[in-house]
Write a protein that binds this ligand. Sequence first.
Ligand SMILES: Cc1cc2nc3c(=O)[nH]c(=O)nc-3n(C[C@H](O)[C@H](O)[C@H](O)COP(=O)(O)OP(=O)(O)OC[C@H]3O[C@@H](n4cnc5c(N)ncnc54)[C@H](O)[C@@H]3O)c2cc1C
Length: 450
Amino acid sequence: MAPLSKARTALAALREDLAGDVFAPWDQGYDEARRVFSALSDRRPAVIARCADETDVVRAVRFARDLDLRIAVRGGGHGLAGAARVDGALLVDLRRMRRVSVDPAARTARAEGGATLGGLDRATRPHGLAAAGAHAPAAGAVGLAGFVLGGGTGRPDRALGLAVDDLLGVELVTADAERVRAGPDEHPELFWALHGGGGNFGIATALTLRLHPLPGFSLTLLLCPPWLGPALVRAFREVIRAGPDAVGGEVTYPTAGEPVYGALLTYPGGQADLRGLAGPLLALPHEAELTGADALRLLGCPPGARAHWSAECPTALPDELVDVFCARARALSVPGGSRHTLFPLGGAVATGPVPAAYPVPYRDAAWVVRPFAQWADPADDERALAWVRDARADVRPWAGGAVCLSLVGDEGPERVRAGLGAGNLLRLEKVKRRYDPDNVFRCNHNIEPV
Ligand SMILES: Cc1cc2nc3c(=O)[nH]c(=O)nc-3n(C[C@H](O)[C@H](O)[C@H](O)COP(=O)(O)OP(=O)(O)OC[C@H]3O[C@@H](n4cnc5c(N)ncnc54)[C@H](O)[C@@H]3O)c2cc1C
């Protein structure tokens, strides 16, 4: 711990030097600045540096190193991992760094470290282009860097592949405040590690991504009463099994409003083609069918409530698991925007341009079950957390051991190992030792330097 006088002088210098804003706990704006998606995460960083540009990020890292502070990074504020270590850290907040520029001829986008999935989508669409992941319905406010570097997956990924497979370059500020550009030919080991290793190696100030021609996605959301849940999940499974790889979507059971099951299908083709593929679902006596923006509105999760979630990746979806999933969905007792969701992987997720080459081992899993609890009253904390835990435990008999790290919080080192791939761990630890030997970046799914 640095002496108080040194800390005061350093803080005054940081306020002076930063083009962005600095918040200490006694400053107006500190409480707003430390707020994240889940109100359950009530963390108190020592200082928040809301950086305006890369130079600010370099200055903030120097400040933290000078005072021997660990560094937490905030992109979109939708993550869970490492939250407990944010107390007393320097929080580098990138939400002012959200600019996205598109090169339509090269079919690439450069997005700053605080850009969101929605922001990227809005920037690429007018050019008739799309980024994998950014096309994800209902995850528009999620941070792009947290999502991509953590190997995240969106619902249309069976058509476009994982966003991390489209990563062409990362501009990074490392633990010793060096600016580094990682790409296939520059810092190639670091570049490899950034494909799933998350925020372990530095602060990404910009990502360059390959774009796809906008595939003209159609989507439809069928709503069914709760008693039809198991039939709906089976029909959804059949549509995924029999349809082309590019069909994606999810089945979800939300608690907000009337209890109802929703089956979302996404397809890079016309609405008529999609309805043609949805036969087994359309044959069920559904209450409503929503398309486009109406469907997305129903799937959105507003920020600010208490929230917790997890995920398991079953290798198959037998009838027994369908019934267990539906029973757990109906046992959701916390009021609010909670939901129990399952969605398929496979398709372009499994094939990828370089299967198995990156530390994203869950790409071979068949399904993801995702309990997501959201509630308002602290008195419901225990019940909500227990529901998420139990929902995970339900799936374990069918889980192949793969973990989609972007969808889980702090669940122990074994889960982090599984999320990165035990076979990748030593290589990742070596990269960590080279770029962050003191483990300054440890408010995350942490990789320790060997
Ligand atoms: C409502 C909701 C919907 C979601 N939907 C999906 C989904 O469909 N698919 C999916 O895979 N995940 C989903 N997630 C999870 C989300 O992708 C991950 O939690 C992701 O890490 C969030 O990134 P963030 O920047 O928003 O969060 P933050 O909390 O800001 O960041 C999370 C972590 O990412 C790292 N990080 C973020 N930005 C940077 C950066 N610029 N440089 C270095 N490290 C950085 C840091 O380690 C940080 O601790 C969802 C989460 C929520 C709350």
